[in-house]
Each structure stands twice: as structure tokens, then as C-alpha cells.
Design a protein around this ligand. Structure first.
Ligand code: HEC
Length: 113
């Protein structure tokens, strides 16, 4: 029994990481966001802080729309437009992630004060 347990536990751990809900902090790192927004969402010379955004974004879905295609959203939003002008690099459309994962990431970002 002992041996069986030693085999089953690591397999169960592997399965739960593969099938469980995505971890937003891992997504944030895997999608390269820290490069321009910092490891702790504090921002850096390439991008603004992404903390305290709940007052600016009505819903995670609106942020997903932005992440998928930032340019049209920036053009229609005076605050984002002004912010955009301060940075040399631009947000690129996020293409290598599912809508579900981006929704989890956006919902998490909106909780960070
Ligand atoms: C190449 C640098 C770069 C990368 C990589 C990047 N961003 Fe940005 N991001 C920016 C810049 C510059 C702005 C400011 C311009 C703007 O508001 O559109 C911005 C703005 C934002 C905003 C709007 C902030 C606000 O004040 O409302 C969010 C949300 C955001 N980024 C999330 C992300 C996420 C999530 C990722 C990873 C999937 C990411 N960014 C990757 C440069 C980047």
C-alpha cells in the first residue's frame, strides 16, 4: 500500500495542476506581462502599474476585449490614450491564451488594490 500511495500521490498532484482552474498569477508571468508591468504589478519604465484598476474597468470582460485588441480601446478612452502617449512600447494583442484564461487573469487584476 505504501508503494501504491507513493505512486498515486504525485500523479494526483500532476492531474490537479493540469486540469484545475488556471492560476492568474502564473498566467500573468507566463504571458510576459511582468516585462512591462513589473513582477508585483507596480509598473516599470515600459508600462504603468496595473494595480487599483477596478475603478477604471467595469468588468473583466471589458479588459479581455482590451487585452485581445488594445488599440481600438485606447483610441476611444481619453485616460488610456494619455497613458499610452507616455510609453515607448505598446501593448500588443494577447493571442496565445484562451478567453477563459484571460477572463481569470482580468478578474484577478481587478481585485488588486
Ligand atoms: C511591451 C510592453 C507591455 C507588455 C508585454 C504588456 N503591457 Fe500592458 N500596457 C503597456 C503599456 C505601455 C500600457 C499603457 C498604454 C495603455 O494604457 O494602453 C499598458 C496598459 C495595460 C493595461 C491598462 C492599464 C490601465 O491603466 O487601465 C492593462 C490592464 C494591461 N496593460 C495589462 C497587461 C497584461 C495582462 C499583460 C500580459 C498579458 C500586459 N499588459 C503586457 C505595455 C505592456
Amino acid at each position: 500500500m505504501k508503494r501504491l500511495g507513493a505512486l498515486i500521490l504525485p500523479i494526483a498532484a500532476l492531474l490537479s495542476t493540469a486540469c484545475g482552474p488556471p492560476d492568474p498569477e502564473t498566467l500573468y508571468g507566463d504571458l510576459g506581462c511582468p516585462r512591462c508591468h513589473g513582477t508585483n504589478l507596480e509598473g516599470n519604465r515600459y508600462g504603468p502599474t496595473v494595480k487599483g484598476l477596478s475603478e477604471h474597468w467595469g468588468s473583466p470582460q471589458s479588459m479581455v476585449t482590451y487585452l485581445r485588441d488594445p488599440k481600438p480601446v485606447v483610441e476611444n478612452d481619453a485616460r488610456l490614450k494619455a497613458q499610452d502617449a507616455e510609453y515607448d512600447l505598446k501593448m500588443q494583442p494577447v493571442t496565445d491564451s484562451s478567453d477563459e484564461d484571460l477572463a481569470v487573469l482580468a478578474a484577478w487584476l481587478l481585485t488588486v488594490e
